[in-house]
Ligand binder design. Sequence first.
Ligand SMILES: Nc1nc2c(c(=O)[nH]1)N[C@H]1C(S)=C(S)[C@@H](COP(=O)(O)OP(=O)(O)OC[C@H]3O[C@@H](n4cnc5c(=O)[nH]c(N)nc54)[C@H](O)[C@@H]3O)O[C@H]1N2
Ligand SMILES: Nc1nc2c(c(=O)[nH]1)N[C@H]1C(S)=C(S)[C@@H](COP(=O)(O)OP(=O)(O)OC[C@H]3O[C@@H](n4cnc5c(=O)[nH]c(N)nc54)[C@H](O)[C@@H]3O)O[C@H]1N2
Ligand code: SF4
Ligand SMILES: [Mo]
Length: 740
Amino acid sequence: MSGEERTIITSCAHNCGGRCILRVHVRDGEVVRIDTDNREENNGYLQLRACLRGRACRERLYHPDRLKYPQKRVGKRGEGKFARISWEEATDLIAGELRRITEKYGPESRYISHAYGITGVLGDRAFMQRLLSVYGGGYLNYYNTYSTACTRTATEYTYGTAATGSSRDNWLHSKLIILWGHNPAETSFGTNTAYYLRLAKKRGARIIVVDPRYSDTAVALADQWIPVLPTTDNALMDAMFYVIIKEGLYDREFVSRYCLGFDEDTMPRGFPPGNSLAAYIMGESDGVVKTPEWAEGITRVPADTIRRLAYEYATTRPAALIQGWGPQRHAYGEQPVRGAAVLAAITGNVGIPGGWAAGTGSFSRLRLAQVPFENKVKAAIAAFTWSEAIERGVEMGPGDGLRYTEKLSSNIKFIANLAGNGLLNQHSDINRTRRILADESKCEFILATDEFMTASARYADLVLPGTNFLERMDIAPAWEYRDYVVFLEKAVEPRFECRTGYDWMLEVAEKLGVRAEFSGGKSYDDWARYIVEQTRKADPAFPTFEELRREGIYRMEWQEPLVAFREQVAEGRPFPTPSGKIEIFSPRLFEMNNPEIPAVPKYIKSWEGPEDALREKYPLQLIGWHSKRSTHSVMSDSEWLREVAPLCLWLNPVDAEARGIRDGDRVRVYNDRGELEVAARVTRRIMPGVAAMPQGAHYSPDREGVDRGGCINTLTKYHPTPLAKGNPQHTNLVQVEVIR
Ligand SMILES: Nc1nc2c(c(=O)[nH]1)N[C@H]1C(S)=C(S)[C@@H](COP(=O)(O)OP(=O)(O)OC[C@H]3O[C@@H](n4cnc5c(=O)[nH]c(N)nc54)[C@H](O)[C@@H]3O)O[C@H]1N2
Ligand SMILES: Nc1nc2c(c(=O)[nH]1)N[C@H]1C(S)=C(S)[C@@H](COP(=O)(O)OP(=O)(O)OC[C@H]3O[C@@H](n4cnc5c(=O)[nH]c(N)nc54)[C@H](O)[C@@H]3O)O[C@H]1N2
Ligand code: SF4
Ligand SMILES: [Mo]
């Protein structure tokens, strides 16, 4: 007999760019239907409506391929042979390996990988950080992420902080909005970001999209699309600087008061002449004047379009240049980040409502407490460099991005990959990573939790079945523009033998003799209460646990737009840089004396860019993008979503015709690193010379090693960016051939 239907409020815990309300309808202990926010919109409350992925979560929850019990590797690592074991055996194995590896190699050999399948505060990562802190004195840290390595690092060099947060209501004051490699119609960047842009447009803002692709955002919002070749944004920016300088369109007062090194007059003392931005743009330092005609040859943007763009941006105030993270996931990704911030600065668009200082301007008004832990290891590698730290961690130094120590005492020997597919699928150059991971003498133990046997889980020694977010309670903040949290109510009991991290970690802690220190006497639910109580200590307006649970959401209220650097500009306070100014010329970068890390933002010819000689062999630039069809690899094989957004490689008709490729044909895409197969989509939505495919498809090699799953990381390169040591996963040269 079917019982009463109850409805609970939750949100996907995936790293999807959004944080929306899911209303989950449960009958007889089963999720029967999922819909979304239906609250009344008033007092500025915008419904947090779920995307198609959120609404399709039921397919994932009940998928027949869910991991059902713990599995131990029995074949060679990566071969895919596993045997079912009990939880008792599994926790024995983890405790034993942790003890052995810690005693032999010390805490610096232990690593929790960059993995964001769970974004709630009670995720497996949070508790593993605590477990490794109480047992063995900590673990090797990482800094930066795959998301924002160059954005973070390069913004800090310009403004002295990466916290350039402004709120989206700023855009309602903007007269012009430039979305530079930013696609929130798909990437969301906080639920409703595209909606705010639509409101801005209704209020009269003109919207320009700069992107090699005619993205969904361009389709929905753009008055103008400016296609630019990947890796060449800085040539376009340089030419904009040229026009702005030549025509005297910059904000003289702002530049002289707040900026360092715009021209020779604003250079700090003690540096040789000819090192300012203006000197570089006018060719004084390298003999090349950065005219629009020069840039046209590199970027494929017509010189007149560049002139108009520069003129428009410099003369329409306030204007918001909002840069996504696509332009920085490139070989020299630091440069477009610096360039965009400098454009905002010299046009006086910093610190004013309707302007925009940098990047996507993420901020965190609401600070949610965390599960506490104390990692005694201070050493940190850049997130992207973990596979290198397996091979040669002890040889790595500051030049490889090693921080807070001179030298590591061990290579990585233990990896906890919890709710992540970054061991293989999401890390660059899969064939390289496979070779490193397959060598069992290098990293000696790999533990994975997941809901499915992913490519990464296949390279683990022990795979644990995790719960789905609908099977547990958690609390998750907004993804960007953090001013609300959602209480993730548990909808149904875990299926099979699936368990949440804290649950089995308690047993591991017990076996290691640290249960009391690890648990602090708390159950999982107690930790949720603890988080709320600690958050309330800092913010008394934050609801009680019961209130939050009842309402399902807590949202901060405010009236004024949050404007980054408002005080600096309104009150003449120093910027948090060493000079107190916006460092267009960075003395710190100058001291590095490295042509790949220039002191002023510059166009640098990229390896595997349009000016690389390798183009003769591999003539197409390949970029990936974060598509609506999946959250990284999560749901990328969903039958339900496939109908809406199938996986395919975008090719311009010019490039398709030259290769005899018709829309829908299967094609092989390859370079020296690997080969994959995918369907071609022949479309003018991508500029000639460039191919694009969604990132996140599941890697599935055939016997010859050809990836039939279409995972772009079969083709990407492991080559950290010069300063941030970030992941240049959109910089690739390939060839494409039709399969007949
Ligand atoms: N649907 C969905 N949304 C997501 C995610 C997801 O997997 N799926 N992932 C989330 C996460 S973790 C992150 S970090 C963010 C990522 O957000 P982003 O990094 O901003 O997303 P991308 O799609 O990589 O890049 C944004 C745009 O940049 C363009 N682009 C690429 N190269 C260049 C270039 O050289 N120049 C210019 N001008 N444009 C370029 C791409 O075509 C794309 O339209 O998205 C989040 N949102
Ligand atoms: N080529 C290329 N590569 C990229 C990018 C790119 O733009 N291009 N983007 C990079 C970026 S920005 C990021 S953030 C990374 C993302 O890298 P990851 O965070 O590793 O990617 P996901 O695919 O989201 O992996 C999440 C995993 O967690 C599992 N999972 C989901 N929910 C749960 C749960 O509740 N419990 C458990 N135990 N498991 C769960 C999923 O099945 C999935 O395997 O990828 C990076 N890789
Ligand atoms: S944007 Fe993210 S949180 Fe919102 S419904 Fe989609 S997958 Fe879920
Ligand atoms: Mo990300």
